[in-house]
Design a protein around this ligand. Structure first.
Ligand code: ADE
Ligand code: ZN
Length: 330
């Protein structure tokens, strides 16, 4: 077992469907008599060529998730896996696009099921989950508005954030400003994928036009020293997913990844997996790889988790509880 497996961790960036083990998707497909072609490699893992193809395979795999009960099972499976890697608190991206086609009544049913799965996992494994409602950028701004309305109607103790994922190369952040304004007015905390496939300007646009407090990925900020300074000065938190970036070819090797340079420049970085089985990673694997590539040890990871705890989209009682659990670690 890795020395990092039981180390207590906080994960802020995990797409619920992206956490589905391939066996889980194959099982559902067989139960429903759905044939999934082009989704799996010969060894049974997910197969894709590049980011655009990854998004297609992701949506194809997701197409077997058709009922609230499917999402209850998925939530339990993903949280059990996370808890097995020492995750004590996790935020998951949830998309009304996949959960009832942005119909509010249907979304409420899916959300009740996901909440039930989360409650069961908390009882069984002690892991706490919160949800970030997430439109899919390449589905366009109109669907993002409908998604924001679903988010606003269900904002509360469990749904605490709003974000945007999908193909960052589609449209501009300001096209989604209405959706983000709507979510902010409903009291949701905000994050957006940026600086993954687009450069520093996309990070600036997410901050200026969507007024987010965290950035999903954001790693390409490193290409602009002025932006790095701004992120450090303003305490913007990056949800960095190093294994995802390497698996999708953004950086050839982890040693080339800017996470350590961003951290040294004073930027608040956190560590997440994004879509772990797609990228053949886990939180333990991320820590193993970072320890090897950058020589990070327990104090580095403890500090990263303290940053994540302060940046978590949860209430103060939960924050106190997770900080205590981090502090109790040997
Ligand atoms: N959806 C799932 N994973 C994603 C990623 N890495 N970037 C954008 N959208 C995603
Ligand atoms: Zn992501």
């Amino acid at each position: 077992m890795s020395e990092w497996q039981e180390f207590p961790k906080i994960e802020l960036h995990l797409h619920i469907e992206g956490g589905a083990p391939p066996e889980f998707i194959r099982q559902l497909a067989s139960e429903k008599g759905v044939s999934l072609e082009g989704v799996f490699a010969e060894d049974g893992a997910y197969a894709f060529r590049d980011f655009g193809h990854f998004l297609q395979v992701y949506e194809a795999a997701t197409s077997v998730l058709r009922t609230p009960e499917d999402y209850l099972r998925l939530t339990r499976a993903v949280l059990a896996e996370s808890a097995g890697h020492g995750v004590i608190y996790t935020e998951m991206f949830l998309s009304p696009d996949f959960c009832g086609g942005r119909d509010l009544a249907a979304w409420r049913e899916y959300l009740a099921a996901i909440g039930e799965g989360a409650a069961q996992a908390e009882r069984e494994h002690g892991i706490i989950m919160r949800g970030i409602v997430t439109p899919i950028r390449h589905f366009g701004p109109d669907k993002a508005k409908e998604t924001a309305l679903c988010a606003a109607e269900t904002a509360g103790d469990f749904i605490t954030g709003f974000g945007i994922g999908g193909d960052e190369r589609a449209g501009k952040p300001r096209d989604f400003a209405w959706a983000f304004d709507c979510a902010r007015e409903a009291g949701l905390r905000l994050t957006a994928h940026a600086g993954e496939w687009e450069g520093p300007d996309s990070v600036r646009a997410a901050l200026d036009d969507l007024r987010v407090e965290r950035i999903g990925h954001g790693v390409r900020a490193i290409e602009d020293p002025g932006l790095v300074e701004r992120l450090a000065r303003d305490g913007v938190v990056l949800e960095v997913c190093p294994g995802s970036n390497v698996a999708l070819g953004l950086y050839p090797r982890l040693e080339d990844h800017p996470i350590a340079r961003l951290r040294e420049a004073g930027v608040k970085v956190t560590v997440s997996t994004d879509d772990p089985p797609f990228f053949r990673t886990t939180m333990t694997q991320e820590y193993d790889d970072l320890a090897r590539a950058f020589g990070w040890g327990a104090e580095d990871f403890a500090e990263i988790n303290r940053v994540a705890a302060q940046a978590a989209f949860c209430d103060e009682a939960i924050r106190d509880a997770i900080v205590k659990r981090l502090e109790a670690a040997p």
